[in-house]
Design a binder for this molecule. Structure first.
Ligand SMILES: NC(=O)c1ccc[n+]([C@@H]2O[C@H](COP(=O)([O-])OP(=O)(O)OC[C@H]3O[C@@H](n4cnc5c(N)ncnc54)[C@H](O)[C@@H]3O)[C@@H](O)[C@H]2O)c1
Length: 349
């Protein structure tokens, strides 16, 4: 059976990915430093699906990463998800952001190289590498922003313009990942993910906005909208993302060294205000929203053009926004107490 190492495997996407590969019978290694709140619960949750190894390690530790691959020389695929994940946190502490996202990723790549290993290495990049895309015309229509001339969204040929320390660190790491295919022959794939949402997402104000809005709705907490709320995002349900991971790996001859936009695409986009309106209708409760300044590098619209992924590995989203949002809402309701425990002290009342 293949061996899969999931870094950040105790996080939102990571624990869903680990579950998927455990259920497929892989030998799964979950690596995480458990720095994010709720991650211990995710590790416990995972145990019901089968055996896995847990490595409590920090990817900033260069020697630990070399030793890791020394213990797991039989690794077939690395799903690299560990990271500092929030723009606002990166602005407050850009050095820590750099050390986790750039050096951490570099340590993993070098750990592989130290043992001459060449597993598939899949890296979760971000649409933030495109920056604010000020040169791309945007218009306001029906109370939301949209691209004036790009109905299918942003493709991978748009200029890179790293904006915010998070954008810089994720983008720099992405380019290292890509280059390790060209220079060292490690079959790497970079996936520029848009907003991902789904079960076990412990959304926070500064990351995971769909989950955060749903949590605020369920816990009846105030939600802050940065900007005017007309900004539009595409959103992708986590199971669709994992289908994309598997398809990219299955087609590694084609995908090695490539970069793909992976998001909900034009069929799965919505504005912040539209999500609030939908949640109010669905829950029958009025939400309490306040407005604040735009955040650095925030795009008025981001919708991924996902045609390259479809052409190269036959992938496209299957879960509609409505289905996905309702599943996540119901899960948050079922886990209200856990969310109260996690957000009780930090969330605005
Ligand atoms: N969720 C999204 O919408 C989204 C969008 C684009 C890109 N991404 C990327 O996908 C990846 C996973 O995101 P997520 O939403 O699951 O976030 P998450 O915060 O739930 O998971 C990240 C995990 O990394 C771990 N971690 C952090 N620093 C670490 C370190 N130094 N060493 C070891 N582990 C460490 C955390 O404890 C956490 O479990 C991240 O790299 C993120 O940048 C996510």
């Amino acid at each position: 059976m293949p061996k899969t190492i999931v870094t950040g495997g105790a996080g939102f996407i990571g624990c869903n990915a680990a579950r998927r590969f455990i259920e497929k019978g892989h030998k799964v290694v979950v690596l995480d430093n458990l720095s994010r709140k709720g991650t211990k619960d995710n590790v416990e949750w995972l145990r019901q699906f089968g055996e896995f190894e847990f490595e409590k390690l920090d990817i900033r530790d260069e020697k630990a990463m070399v030793d890791l691959f020394g213990r797991h020389k039989d690794v077939d695929q690395v799903i690299h998800l560990a990271g500092q994940v929030a723009v606002t946190t990166s602005v407050l502490d850009p050095r820590e952001d750099l050390e986790i996202n750039i050096l951490g990723t570099f340590n993993l790549l070098e750990g592989l190289r130290a043992h001459s290993l060449k597993p598939v290495f899949l890296y979760a990049s971000t649409n933030k590498v495109y920056g604010g895309m000020e040169e791309i015309p945007v218009e306001e229509k029906n109370g939301r922003y949209q691209y004036a001339h790009l109905p299918l969204g942003i493709d991978e040929s748009v200029n890179l313009d790293f904006h915010s320390p998070y954008g810089c660190s994720k983008g720099a790491a992405e380019q290292y990942v890509r280059d390790y295919w060209r220079i060292y022959g490690i079959p790497t794939v970079g996936l520029r993910q848009s907003c991902i949402y789904g079960l076990r997402q412990l959304g926070m104000e500064d990351q995971g906005w769909v989950a955060w809005f749903i949590i605020c709705c369920v816990l009846e907490r105030e939600v802050t909208i940065f900007g005017d709320g007309k900004q539009v995002r595409d959103a992708l349900y986590v199971q669709d993302l994992l289908d994309g991971y598997e398809a990219a790996i299955a087609n590694i001859k084609k995908t090695a060294g490539q970069i793909y936009n992976i998001g909900g695409g034009p069929d799965n986009m919505l504005s912040l205000l539209e999500l609030i309106a939908y949640l109010e209708e669905f829950s029958g409760r009025k939400m309490n929203a306040r407005f604040d300044d735009w955040r650095p590098g925030d795009q008025p619209v981001f919708v991924s053009d996902i045609r390259k992924a479809r052409e190269h590995f036959g992938w496209q989203p299957q879960v509609s926004l409505k289905q996905g949002i309702e599943r996540l809402y119901n899960w948050v309701v079922d886990n209200r107490e856990m969310f109260q425990a996690i957000h009780g002290a930090t969330a605005p009342k």
